[in-house]
Design a protein around this ligand. Sequence first.
Ligand SMILES: [Mn+2]
Length: 325
Amino acid sequence: MSSVPPPDGLLQALRNGQRFILTGHRRPDGDSLGSALGLARVLRQLGKGAQVWNRDEMPPVYAAISGSDRIHVGESPPNGFPEGFDYSICLECPSLDRTGLSEHLSQLPIINLDHHLGNELYGESNWVDTGAPALGEMIYRLAGALGVAVDAATATGLYTAVMTDTGGFRFANTTAETFKVAAALVRDGARPEQVSQWVYESQSEATVRLLGEMLHSLELHHGGRIATVALLDEMFERAGATAADAEDLVDHPRSIAGVDAVALLRQLGPGRFKGSLRSRGDVDVEVIARSYGGGGHKNAAGFEATGAVEDLTAALVESLRDALG
Ligand SMILES: [Mn+2]
């Protein structure tokens, strides 16, 4: 797929502006953080001021990326905003409200940089390349277009972005072009073993113990195509874990050969559960989540429900069986 080059208007805005505020989406991920911190460094190399501002705290695994300790976090603006800034740069946000900071950011002209389908082109300047595996890859090209040589710290941020958005170079968005960019970033100083250790091997002990608890509850249904798991209050207690430690555990049962759909019920209180559904390919779990008043995407959705865990599980297995056909 041929890539969309950065538009002239964007390059002009970045050259003309002196101080930039950069923000990503709520619940920041590796691509939004690595791209924002990378672009901030590129802008500083051009002699500009750049401040990253996110509505939500980042996951601690990204704390080692250079500059992450200087991100301004929360709803209230950093010092000097908006009068001391020329542009708001929104990264990885298909719509402005995904920042959680729309009212503040729209006080300045907006630059919109993204690779998601359905971007609403809400900026004064928009650069959206849906063929890019990660925004970090676009930022690398942008640095080149601005004539900035990427240093090791910048390369590390952008490598983190590309690695996480491709699931460690495993997802369908991983192309020959992705490896070319990754090779360039490694040449510029990113260290693959270091970044993968930060992202994939820096879990809390409580998370791994909670995984063990969850796997004890694993049951397979419908000829092994549906997996159900539960996380009950006593499991959190035994593992010494909190809700934050449970974040990505639902993805584990999907790694079983033959499993096409997963349901996790996580206890929120007496008789109250958060349901998380995951699926592969055409199996639509968003419809099921919506029937419980929740929502999400086709292959990843969630909801809240009350009842006994056994009854809720049985009902979900039935719905998933229908969805699988
Ligand atoms: Mn992304």
